[in-house]
Design a protein around this ligand. Structure first.
Ligand code: NCD
Length: 330
């Protein structure tokens, strides 16, 4: 594993290994000695966080995942303060970042830029790994990893993500998180996906083709009430209004694609509610105190999963696993 640009590089055994490593890191970090051990691992490494699209969770969790492993970070979050305003090409900017650091984590409003950065790295002598932290409407592979980890952890005593019926609701057309999660779900057995969206925001055909190609069953509906009782998990997303061309998001009756007290009553008692966040009105705040709401834990899981991913990229995962028994009973 070197660049993390798409979900295609993952298979089931790698996903299982990453989930297991995430739990080991999360557990080791609980003790002061464990946290110190982790911080020593990559303390000579540096990372660049290049985020030219707004981000709270992904930025902070990547930054803190680096710090957990001792990696020092620098950042550019506004293209206006980089030499791109002087006309420097994207490729030259990325090559410049790579001169100073050992890892580039990047988020852009355009699709395909992380792939371009990775291709550039593969063509130069000082090649550093590129992690895609969100590429426009296209992919968000590290979010999908933490979503998988959250599903596996939520159903720890019920067979994990295998065999589950998972609803995905909201703006499925432009939400990159659901697109990447669908691709990873193909590695799980007997999964059924239920897409719940307004007709104008249905899942794109490329993902449906991908699911058919991997023999993953899916169905589509715009009737949340009808499907709620059969779902083991519901992954709620917001309208991606920043991609609107003619304020098309505002025409959606969001009340039909939201979770509040009435919806909770119709859900299985063992169901889990997830959301990549930030949320809009699609999950009422009163839902936060319901034991089935998993999105705040999901958010924190992101930091641990990203630490596991970075540890794997830098090949210190075996060292962490070997040391686990020194710090924990795991
Ligand atoms: C998501 C994103 O940026 O795609 N947020 C995140 O990374 N946690 C979801 C969103 O913005 O709707």
């Amino acid at each position: 594993m070197f660049h993390i640009v798409t979900t295609d590089i993952f298979n089931r055994s790698l996903l299982d290994e990453l989930c297991q490593l995430t739990t080991v890191i999360r557990t080791i970090a609980k003790s002061r000695e464990g946290a110190r051990f982790l911080q020593e691992l990559l303390s000579t490494r540096r990372a660049m966080l290049y985020f030219t699209q707004p981000s709270t969770r992904t930025f902070l969790s990547m930054n803190n995942a680096c710090h957990i492993l001792g990696i020092r970070t620098s950042e550019i979050r506004d293209p206006e303060v980089s030499s791109e305003v002087k006309g420097e090409s994207f490729e030259d900017s990325i090559r410049t970042f790579s001169s100073y650091v050992d890892l580039i984590v990047m988020r852009t409003p355009q699709p395909g830029y992380a792939a371009r950065a990775a291709a550039l790295m593969d063509s130069i002598p000082r090649r550093v790994p590129v992690i895609n932290a969100g590429s426009g409407k296209d992919q968000h592979p590290t979010q999908a990893l933490l979503d998988i980890y959250t599903l596996e952890r939520s159903f720890e005593n019920a067979g994990g993500a295998d065999g589950k019926t998972i609803g995905m609701m909201g703006d499925l057309k432009r939400g990159r998180t659901v697109r990447s999660l669908c691709r990873l779900m193909c590695h799980y057995r007997d999964v059924q996906l239920v897409f719940i969206s307004p007709p104008a925001f249905e899942m794109e055909p490329d993902i449906k083709d991908y699911l058919r190609g991997h023999r993953i069953e899916y169905s589509e509906t715009n009737n949340l009430q009808h499907v709620l009782p059969e779902l083991d998990a519901i992954y709620v997303t917001r309208m991606q209004s920043e991609y609107d061309i003619e304020s098309e998001s505002s025409s959606v009756d969001l009340a039909r694609f939201s979770i509040a007290a009435d919806e909770l009553k119709r859900m299985k008692s063992s169901a889990v509610i997830m959301h990549p966040l930030p949320r809009g009105p699609e999950i009422h705040r009163s839902v936060d105190t319901d034991p089935r709401s998993m999105y705040w834990r999901q958010e924190r899981n992101g930091m641990w999963m990203r630490a596991a991913l970075i540890a794997t990229v830098f090949r210190v995962s075996d060292q962490i696993r070997d040391a686990a028994s020194r710090f924990t009973a795991c």
